[in-house]
Design a protein around this ligand. Structure first.
Ligand code: PA5
Length: 540
């Protein structure tokens, strides 16, 4: 990294000069509005302060958005916690009917404000979710606020339906680089966070990230470390851990890293929330990044890993208001890592592929009343297994679920990773079940593991799973919802949409030659338990 930093002295100024030749020479220069956003937002605080005062009388604020339009706000909400005198904050980025119903049950609908965030305005999930809640609150436009880029279909609709406010995004900033623009700041203001203080703290990091003395520039050094460790040392699994107060930062970081770098067969694979373990659990493809608050005791595991020869990067925030610094430094780092990798860190070509497939599937459902899921290759009690011909071949001779799982996951070799992709409600119980499975897989097979909820990950790590290196081994899990919920247009249910998204994504994984199976559970609770038990047998 030291050697690279010397070589990068001449290259780095191209970033602030917005020179696209730093990357692939495509249209990267059109997506660099985030470099200057902090100063611009510092000049435009009164509207946020007024908005914060307005929401104080409400009981709840629900942010509806996907990927870059919600993950940053979720980090703010979880890291700052509920502020006295401000409404409860919830983020909704799922089409799971169980998740929608669970959230709705917590709300006092008459005293809830819905913030609908979408840069493009055309993303499926926020559109069907806002329509659903618009109907549920009796079409009261004043209970809605939009954050969107100028000229979007969402802006038009917000005007027609009399939304309380429209806050505008900056079109030269892509979703995952938008947290320090209105996309993170409007929800942050509604949470009662002191936005002026957050931006002032961030401005210091902006200054430091301008330094052409690379070794004192935190963004450049982090980016070079990630880029060089991946390209020269095969350490492309960015294993993120954080102190419990900042635990959610991984969800934002993994999106920034995966969606920005995972394409054209290259990329960094973020590994979030995988519990830290002893060195024997890991291969030599890892970089550990730990985010903590100053004054906290150092995690024993980190020192042990470092002593064992694993690279450990520590990021320490003096207080939670330095989260803006973490956001900005990470954006610079990923832009630089992207340059080292030789990719365009501002597009997401493979996210679109899944969206197109899901759209085709929901169209088909509208005309035939059925989703074309194909025929299962095996049936087990309460479950059906789907695979394309290539993946099914690996299962030859396997009759039980544990035999299937053994054959599938035993394909893992050094440098591979396993992804559990669950299109189910993102509840604590389901999270714990997935965590238990991934931990066993990691410990037994010594490969990195990811556990993700869909459709949330489609706007995040899904880009890298489909477009990045072909080193992933995936198990997509779908399940019949406990209680389905109809869309406002009555044409189908959220359950159908979520299943279409899963089937669509699975089809693209297959098209890209990924090692992938899909398991459909008739009942999520018992199905996950049976899957966990079968995995235990498979790994024994
Ligand atoms: O980073 C990205 O570009 C994506 O994750 C988007 O943020 C996500 O797909 C949502 O897009 P939009 O804000 O247009 O609804």
């Amino acid at each position: 990294v030291k050697a690279a930093s010397a070589a990068w002295r001449a290259e780095f100024p191209k970033l602030w000069a917005k020179d696209k030749s730093l990357w692939t020479g495509a249209d990267e220069d059109k997506w660099l509005g985030w470099l200057d956003i902090v100063a611009r937002e510092q000049r435009d605080l009164p509207s946020l302060e007024a908005f914060a005062q307005e929401v104080k009388s409400l009981s709840d604020v629900v942010l509806i958005g996907m990927g870059g339009s919600s993950l940053g706000s979720e980090v703010l909400a979880q890291s700052f916690g509920q502020q006295a005198g401000f409404p409860k904050f919830h983020a909704l980025d799922s089409t799971s009917p169980d998740q929608i119903a669970a959230l709705e049950a917590k709300l006092d609908l008459g005293k809830t404000l819905f913030i609908v965030a979408s840069k493009s305005g055309s993303t499926l999930e926020p559109n069907i979710l806002k329509d659903y809640f618009f109907a549920r609150v009796g079409k009261a436009g004043k209970q809605f606020v939009a954050i969107t880029d100028p000229g979007s279909s969402m802006e038009k609709e917000a005007k027609e339906k009399g939304y309380a406010h429209i806050f505008y995004g900056e079109p030269t900033i892509g979703g995952r680089y938008s947290v320090l623009s209105r996309f993170g700041l409007v929800p942050g203001a509604a949470m009662g966070i002191d936005i002026a203080r957050l931006l002032n703290a961030t401005a210091e990091a902006v200054m430091r990230c301008k330094s052409e003395d690379i070794e004192s520039n935190p963004g450049a050094m982090l980016g070079l470390a990630l880029g060089v460790l991946a390209t020269k040392h095969g350490r492309d699994k960015i294993t993120i851990s954080a102190t419990s107060a900042l635990k959610s930062v991984g969800g934002w970081l993994e999106q920034l890293i995966a969606e920005s770098t995972g394409k054209i067969g290259k990329g960094l694979i973020p590994v979030d929330l995988e519990p830290l373990a002893a060195p024997s659990a890991y291969g030599w493809d890892r970089v550990f990044v730990h985010v903590a608050l100053a004054g906290e005791a150092e995690l024993v595991e980190l020192k042990v890993l470092e002593d064992a020869g694993q690279p450990v990067i520590r990021i320490t925030l003096s207080d939670v208001y330095e989260l803006g610094q973490l956001f900005f430094v990470s954006e610079i780092a990923v832009a630089i890592a992207g340059a080292v990798l030789g990719i365009n860190p501002f597009d997401q070509p493979d996210v679109e592929a899944s969206k197109v497939k899901s759209r085709e599937l929901t169209k088909e459902y509208e005309s035939s009343g059925k989703l074309p899921a194909g025929e299962p290759v095996r049936r087990f009690e309460g479950m059906a297994l789907y695979a394309d011909a290539k993946n099914a071949k690996v299962l030859d001779g396997c009759n039980t679920l544990s035999e299937v799982l053994r054959a599938h996951f035993r394909q893992a070799k050094a440098g591979d990773y396993i992804g559990l992709l669950a299109f189910i409600e993102q509840s604590q119980v389901h999270f714990s079940a997935l965590q238990a499975m991934r931990t066993k897989l990691r410990d037994r097979l010594k490969v990195a593991t990811c556990a993700e909820f869909g459709p949330r990950f489609l706007h995040s790590t899904g880009q890298a799973y489909k477009g990045g290196p072909n080193s992933g081994i995936f198990l997509t899990v779908t399940a019949k919802p406990k209680h389905d919920v109809q869309l406002a247009n009555g044409k189908m249910s959220f359950g159908v949409v979520q299943e279409a998204q899963a089937i669509g994504d699975f089809a693209v994984l297959n098209e890209r030659g990924r090692r992938a199976l899909r398991l459909h559970l008739d009942e999520v609770g018992s199905g996950l338990a049976a899957l966990g038990a079968a995995l235990d047998t498979a790994l024994a």
